[in-house]
Design a protein around this ligand. Sequence first.
Ligand code: F3S
Length: 427
Amino acid sequence: MYLSDEEQAMLDGRDGPGVQAAMDLLQRYGKALGAERLVATNNVVASVNATTPFMRNIAAQGGGMDAVLSEFSLDSDTVVKIPKVRTFTTHTQLGFDPGNPKSMGVDEATMHFYRQGEAFIAGLGVQITNTCTPYQVGNIPTRGEHCAWMESSAVVYCNGVIGAKTNCEGRESAGAAMLTGRIPYWGYHIDANRRGTHGVRLEVPVRTTADWGLLGYWIGEQVQDRVPVVHGLTSLPNLARLKHFGAAASSSGGVEMFHLVGVTPEAPTLEAAFGGQTPTAELVYGLAQQREAWDKVNTTGRDTAVDFVMLGCPHYTIEQIWEASRLLEGRRVHENCELWIFTPRAIKSLADRNGYTATIEAAGAKLMTDSCSAMSRAAPVGAKVVALDSAKQAHYLPPILGVQAWFGSTQECVDAACTGQWRGERP
Ligand code: F3S
């Protein structure tokens, strides 16, 4: 793989052993991918902190967080001193909510380690945004900008909605990118790979957030890791709908790029979305397909007595928190149920000031940050039947926690939380 003089100097150790280890990793990674070169980036979304007991043990062996990052972010055989980051880097979600550690089964020692880790990475210059939705809290790249992002729901939003360019990076490649400002030039960094492969014609209205989640879930199953081009839209999706659509498509399949004709930046027309390529297939999404998606995503739901409701996957927008607080106003969460709502910590600050947190807590629910049930493998003790307004969370939570999952609208989920009963309707 070609290295520029600047990249070769990093590899030769000019900027110290941390940058050298990062460039070594990128060179190995790029060669394995068949990339011909690297590309410059100044926008990274990475998991940098450490919270697992295993990482705590590595830190305790003497090297501290330098040892954790050497092992888990740079794949280095030796402990190297980690320098300050070279790129704008925002942190992805964590393994738990530091505001509610007990609810998530996190002990005091882990909390202490977490705080030390957070101080360490903040000192490196990492923005401690702690969310799977960096685009909500200050990380909105420019169209065409080369990025190195982790987290599938964020990656598909970055490519599809914003029109910036990233592959789905891992902790190691994103960690190396933040120290060098480079990432292998392959996949969705290359324009030819961003063109549509499958047409999807809508023959049923797709309006609500739940509708968009179902559409994404169905498309992901059909196209897997290819590039769908959706046309025939009758209404314009907002941020929340686009977020739920992409997250669902990257869960049932591996979609990292999509086009919505007339909406997303690289699809002003159907022809532009395909860029001259002949579609591999032209799919139709009507009522039968919508029902098929609903049946799939509700496949584990059997008992109607619900004991846990989780909202905020991907992390809720302020508009969704406002909506949830209005749905909860003057109501109480049922005594046999708990309601957790997840959002970025920065948006919770806004919800606190707007009074939404108080309304949510007055109803007996929790507004939480930094993580989610799937990421933390955490639910209220004894929870067996969960209601969710996210197809992504409904896809992952049953295998992770062994629970039954119902998927429906936010209104249906809030009603389930307040009555303890699932009454969601099939489309
Ligand atoms: Fe985010 Fe957790 Fe969903 S990290 S995308 S809320 S699975």
